[in-house]
Design a protein around this ligand. Structure first.
Ligand SMILES: Nc1ncnc2c1ncn2[C@@H]1O[C@H](COP(=O)(O)OP(=O)(O)OP(=O)(O)O)[C@@H](O)[C@H]1O
Ligand SMILES: [Mg+2]
Length: 370
């Protein structure tokens, strides 16, 4: 899969810019605050349906402009495709694939897939579980659109169930209506958890092998799913459903007292262990970075196994944060896929004669070597 070109109109600090990419290696360089990340973000929009930096679409529109338009041409194994996104202040964003408007963001999933690796991804290991759930949600949605559907339904049910629980505290008689929401919560929540179990089972093996290779066998990476309740030896969705119901019963009075849903995949987490020790609590900066690197590389391989082609790899200024052996590892993995890399120090890439270079300056992009 590769992006052939993108045109940005009123997007972030770009007025009107077009870029034609190389099918393999693209190096986007420039000083700080010139628009390098903005460019990667605009490509990533077609993969996740939203920015990796904000949930507010209006932030993507150039200051003082009414709308932004992004047009991208890309090729996947089914052929050439186009994507268009129109953002405006007073309307929901509009998306077209091959000129046809899509009704729901879920319909976008799977057309174009990019794996983005940026410095903020360290949050995956260092910060709270919300970052890890977001990682799961984006990865799984891209290859399993049904997951995205259940996730959206689950979030709606969760909100409604929480509203009801708050009211039950004041009015006991509403308790009878809770079972309707319990049923929907279990239906969508169990499917989300079932997908997560299978995804983590797969990706942990790939990440372990990659991590071992990067660290020259010095470190063993273990990734474990930490669901909000214990579910061992799950063979089917109904195993998860049964346990989910059991847990809801167990926590019922506490939920009413706290006025919130305490059980469900919105409380899930993942743990990362190196040689048996928690990376979040004890890992060095370098180890944490390497875990994220292993995970992103594993994500890329996993997508390839599932859809039969590599996603586009977007690397946002990560080279400067990695030591030379880790940099070499990434640089050695650039064949047979499209990679779009941003950096401030372009000298680092001097050996890459075949790469296409772009200089970004104040929202202008110029093609050119170094
Ligand atoms: N909606 C917007 N309208 C206009 N300019 C914006 C908007 N959003 C962000 N910017 C500007 O875009 C500029 C470039 O941002 P970007 O994050 O792409 O920089 P960068 O080249 O990646 O820099 P760095 O090397 O520091 O990461 C910033 O100075 C920011 O103020
Ligand atoms: Mg940047």
């Amino acid at each position: 899969m590769y992006v052939s070109s993108i045109k940005l109109v009123n997007y972030r600090n770009y007025d009107c810019t077009s870029v034609e990419f190389d099918k393999n290696i693209n190096i986007i360089y420039g000083k700080n605050a010139q628009g390098k990340t903005n460019l990667l973000e605009s490509i990533y929009l077609f993969s996740a349906g939203k920015s990796h930096r904000t949930n507010k679409d209006r932030e993507l529109i150039h200051f003082n402009k009414d709308y932004a338009n992004i047009q991208m041409f890309f090729t996947n194994k089914d052929g050439e495709k186009s994507g268009e996104m129109i953002l405006s202040h007073n309307q929901k964003k509009r998306i077209k694939i091959n000129g046809v408007p899509i009704k729901k963001i879920g319909e976008l999933m799977g057309f174009f897939i990019a794996v983005l690796f940026s410095p903020e991804d360290l949050n995956l290991v260092k910060e709270g579980p919300v970052h890890r759930r977001r990682f799961l949600d984006i990865c799984i949605s891209q290859i399993r659109p049904a997951y995205f559907f259940h996730l959206q339904q689950y979030m709606k049910v969760l909100e409604q169930r929480n509203n009801l629980i708050k009211r039950i505290y004041e009015k006991d008689s509403l308790m009878d209506t809770l079972s309707v929401w319990d049923q929907k919560l279990v239906e969508h929540g169990s499917r989300i958890m079932y997908y997560r179990i299978s995804f983590i089972e797969n990706i942990k093996k790939i990440a372990k092998a990659i991590h071992s290779s990067i660290t020259k066998e010095a470190e063993i990476l273990e990734i474990e799913y930490v669901p909000c309740f214990n579910i061992k030896n799950v063979k089917s969705i109904s195993d998860v459903e049964e346990e989910f119901y059991r847990q809801l019963k167990k926590w019922n009075s506490k939920e009413i007292k706290n006025g919130i849903t305490l059980i469900g995949p919105h409380r899930d987490d993942i743990s990362f262990l190196i040689n048996g020790t928690s990376v979040r609590n004890y890992g060095s900066q370098g180890q944490q970075r390497t875990v994220v690197l292993s995970l992103k590389m594993a994500e890329m391989e996993f997508i390839k196994e599932n859809i039969g082609e590599y996603p586009v790899l977007l690397l946002d200024d990560i080279m400067s944060e990695l030591d030379s052996s880790r940099q070499s590892y990434i640089l050695g993995k650039m064949e047979d896929k499209q990679v779009i890399i941003t950096c401030t120090d372009v000298e680092r890439f001097k050996g890459f004669c075949d790469a296409k270079y772009f200089k970004v300056e104040k929202g202008n992009i110029q093609k050119g070597g170094i």
